[in-house]
Design a protein around this ligand. Structure first.
Ligand code: SF4
Length: 52
């Protein structure tokens, strides 16, 4: 297991910060979105970066 953040579970496997254990490798992430959202689908991880 690499340097994962055990507090941030994630399944976005095409992100460069994703670890195959389904955790994020960043120390912190930024979550944003439209504040009129009514469920989790209206939120987003703004720390996402495409894994080329
Ligand atoms: S930066 Fe966001 S999308 Fe990428 S692995 Fe971490 S939590 Fe998932």
């Amino acid at each position: 297991m690499s340097n994962i953040n055990g507090s941030i579970k994630c399944t976005i496997s095409n992100c460069k910060h994703f670890d195959k254990s389904n955790y994020c490798k960043l120390n912190t992430i930024s979550v944003g979105g439209d504040c009129s959202c009514t469920d989790c689908k209206g939120t987003e991880c703004r720390s996402f970066q495409i894994n080329n």
